[in-house]
Write a protein that binds this ligand. Structure first.
Ligand code: C5P
Length: 221
């Protein structure tokens, strides 16, 4: 059974205010992309990796993988206008024989072997998909404009991260349709009736959005 990883790294990262896409801003001594790339490459569970890079950054991404000795990188595609488009384009490079696809955001550099193991273990139990997630500690309200419409029961809520793992055929079918508006892969699988479970995530997987997030993660390296 082969497990392929799709690394979504094609975001512009405008909120970081850098002169380059988010995946190529510095985290420690290397571009942000290096951290997740090395971690996925070193994983005993992952057989091959497809990277979605920002337009014009495909070659730097491939060179980085080579410099780091990430031998599992099979190809690097040009990402799309949205995350969902980028994943769809990368998924097209995953061969038919792949049984499982793990999708991960480069904006979450500190992916661990333990969390990869947890999402994959859930697939072995018969789920179509598994996402890493955390309980919600704040109270969450649904609003319309400034008006509060509803207070949600936080016991029933999870903040969802990546990695997210899927039976490859299920993910392919989900991405064959309209992907507009999807902010994660699991929502597309759910929309088609796929059974998705949530496993324990990791606070260290919080997404890097702004310069403060970058500092926070750099301190954890
Ligand atoms: O933009 P955001 O931080 O939500 O993106 C989450 C992940 O999706 C990031 O790793 C980013 O590089 C990736 N992405 C992508 N293609 C896009 C937009 C985002 O691969 N067009």
């Amino acid at each position: 059974m082969s497990v392929w990883a799709v690394l979504a790294a094609a975001g512009s990262g405008e909120r970081l205010g850098a002169d380059r896409p988010k995946a190529f801003v510095r985290l420690g001594d290397l571009p942000l992309l290096a951290e997740s790339l090395e971690r996925l490459d070193a994983s005993d569970w992952i057989d091959a990796i497809v990277v979605a890079a920002p337009p014009g950054w495909e070659e730097p991404a491939i060179l980085l993988a080579e410099e780091l000795g990430c031998s599992k990188v099979s190809s690097c595609v040009t990402g799309g206008a949205t995350r969902a488009e980028s994943v769809r384009l990368a998924l097209a490079e995953v061969p038919e024989e792949a049984a499982v696809v793990v999708v991960h955001d480069a904006a979450r550099p500190l992916v661990s072997e333990a969390v990869i193991e947890r999402v994959l273990a859930a697939l072995n139990q018969g789920w179509d998909g598994a996402v890493s997630g955390l309980p919600v500690s704040d109270t969450v309200k649904r609003v319309e404009g400034d008006a509060v419409v509803e207070t949600l029961d936080r016991e029933q809520l999870r903040v969802v991260q990546t990695p997210q793992a899927f039976v490859a055929d299920v993910l392919r079918a989900a991405y064959a349709g309209d992907v507009a508006g999807a902010t994660d892969c699991a929502s597309l699988v759910e929309a088609r009736g796929g059974r998705v479970t949530v496993v324990a995530g990791d606070p260290r997987l919080a997404k890097i959005t702004d310069a403060e997030d970058l500092e926070r993660v750099a301190a954890l390296l």
